[in-house]
Design a protein around this ligand. Structure first.
Ligand SMILES: Cc1cc2nc3c(=O)[nH]c(=O)nc-3n(C[C@H](O)[C@H](O)[C@H](O)COP(=O)(O)OP(=O)(O)OC[C@H]3O[C@@H](n4cnc5c(N)ncnc54)[C@H](O)[C@@H]3O)c2cc1C
Length: 481
């Protein structure tokens, strides 16, 4: 079937939940239309704030979650031809998160972002890292060579950029396309109805939805309410269950501390991403651009390393110890940690949803990003895979809306949408399983304990690292191309 990506849906559906609507109209009068001192951009901002207060009574597409994947899905929908007013995107948080989690965007993700005109703005912001190196103290064991991807992509590098910046740019782009994230609205229930899905929010609002996208993270409410199991493909355990929290897992749990810091003094490495394999396990050491709109123009350094379960505090003392062992330098030659901008600890979990789509009543649900799969951050795959899910789902839903607007019989339309989303699920789930396999292996290699095992590992990596095809293959695997 030839599809034109233009949706001609029913506009009458877009009245607002009335109380909120009244409150917002007053707000329009005061802040956006009559205030004489607002600049044009702040008027736009005020309008955006206004729109965030309202939920429609119905919407063809509801995206729950405005993390990187929810935003990318909405952008993909609009750039593929869906009208902005046919998309509702909500988030439980009053504003986007300003702390960083993912820090790398790989070439395949940039290629996908390029299809929705988002790659260049991000590429301009981040650091182009031509290599990711695995080191033992000052010795380079193995370097993934991203320059070797030049014949396959116009993005032959790993783009180092904080997730906070990525989300900021995506949300700005979405705003520019005419879609505002409505905050704070927490989805609390969904139920099937003849005409679709009824989504209920914490504030009591009910929104009738035809297609509901669960972009609501690893503890996805959408996935739970749809009854879609979420399990580690090897152990079969739910990563968030009580049993797993009690650490009855057959696999050893790995807890990781992560910190963004300012450094001064003799800072050892360049713009490469670096993993130091040492006696205390792995130390990730990556330089990121200074925060957006910040007054401090110094680079930020991301440090991450495994810690004992139960570790809460990531102090300067702990960070210095990992720097000392990881870099293999005497105390006097270490850089100084001037400040800890952000720190956290988290448990590495692996899981994939049994399916990434499901029919509910007359509607359909689809999952993207962490709602569909979670894995170790090593290799920087999580957000990358999620953004690629989201852009593909945007294309699939665009085609579905075109068919919905056609003269076909309702049963044909329903069959088409269910089938297209099943295909989306069948396409994406194996990729998630592959990333889980890869990150489990990398985590195991990085977490090897004991002097002999570490020596054997490091020697093997050093031998492999002397072969250019290994360096190129590693870059290819990480890039997702
Ligand atoms: C400390 C840390 C470090 C990490 N490091 C890396 C890394 O180096 N590389 C990498 O690739 N990945 C990393 N990750 C993972 C990466 O951050 C995730 O893969 C990515 O954020 C997934 O994006 P998402 O949009 O699917 O979900 P999220 O970013 O989790 O966004 C989900 C959104 O949904 C909203 N939401 C949740 N429930 C509801 C509800 N009921 N109603 C409305 N809204 C709701 C939330 O407020 C949130 O904004 C890290 C994660 C953490 C925690």
């Amino acid at each position: 079937m030839a599809l034109t990506p233009v949706f001609l849906g029913d506009r009458s559906a877009f009245s607002c939940n009335s109380d909120l609507s009244k409150r917002s109209r007053i707000f329009v009068g005061v802040r956006t239309i009559t205030h004489p001192t607002l600049s044009e951009s702040s008027q736009v901002h005020a309008r955006n704030t206004l729109n965030t207060a309202m939920l429609p009574e119905s919407t063809p597409i509801l995206i729950v979650g405005a993390g990187p994947t929810g935003l990318a899905c909405a952008i993909s929908l609009v750039t593929n031809g869906v009208r902005p007013q046919d998309i509702t995107i909500v988030d439980a948080q009053a504003q986007g998160l300003n702390w960083s989690r993912a820090l790398v965007i790989h070439a395949k993700t940039l290629e996908e972002l390029d299809t929705v005109d988002c790659a260049d703005m991000l590429a301009d912001r981040g650091t182009h890292s031509s290599h990711v190196s695995i080191r033992s103290k000052s010795t380079v064991l193995l370097k993934a060579n991203f320059e070797s991807l030049a014949s396959r992509t116009r993005f032959p590098f790993a783009l180092l950029v904080s997730q906070a910046d990525t989300e900021h740019y995506l949300e700005e782009r979405l705003k520019h396309l005419g879609v505002i994230v409505r905050r704070p609205h927490r989805l609390v229930n969904i139920e099937g109805a003849d005409e679709g899905v009824r989504a209920t929010f914490e504030g009591g609002e009910v929104v009738k939805v035809r297609y509901l996208v669960g972009a609501d993270g690893s503890r996805s409410t959408v996935r739970r309410l749809a009854g879609i199991p979420f399990k580690d493909p090897v152990t079969g355990k739910d990563p968030h269950s009580e049993e797993t929290r009690g650490e009855v897992s057959t696999e050893r749990p790995v807890n990781v501390a992560v910190a963004d810091v300012h450094l001064s003094g003799d800072i050892p490495v360049s713009t490469d991403g670096n993993l130091f394999f040492g006696r205390l396990g792995m130390l990730l050491f990556v330089q990121l651009p200074p925060p957006l709109n910040g007054t401090d123009l110094r680079s930020v350094y991301r440090l991450a390393f495994p810690v004992q379960p139960g570790t809460k505090d990531v102090t300067k003392k702990v960070l210095m110890e990992y720097l000392r062992v990881g870099l293999g330098r005497p105390e006097a030659e270490l850089p100084t940690i001037d400040s800890i901008i952000f720190s956290s600890t988290f448990r590495i979990r692996f899981a994939v949803a049994d399916r990434f789509s499901q029919s509910i009543g007359g509607g359909e649900i689809a999952l993207v990003g962490d709602a569909a799969h979670i894995h170790a951050p090593i290799g920087g795959q999580g957000m990358n895979l999620g953004i690629r899910d989201a852009i593909q789902l945007g294309r699939v839903l665009t085609n579905i809306l075109v068919v919905d607007a056609s003269d076909d019989k309702p049963s044909t339309k329903k069959a088409y949408s269910a089938h297209a989303l099943e295909r989306y699920s069948d396409d994406r789930r194996p990729l998630a399983l592959e990333v889980i396999r890869m990150t489990k292996l990398l985590t195991w290699i990085a977490a090897l304990e004991g002097g002999v095992a570490q020596l054997v590992r490091n020697t093997l990596l050093w031998v492999l690292g002397s072969m250019p095809w290994v360096r190129n293959m590693m870059a290819l695997r990480l890039s997702g191309l």
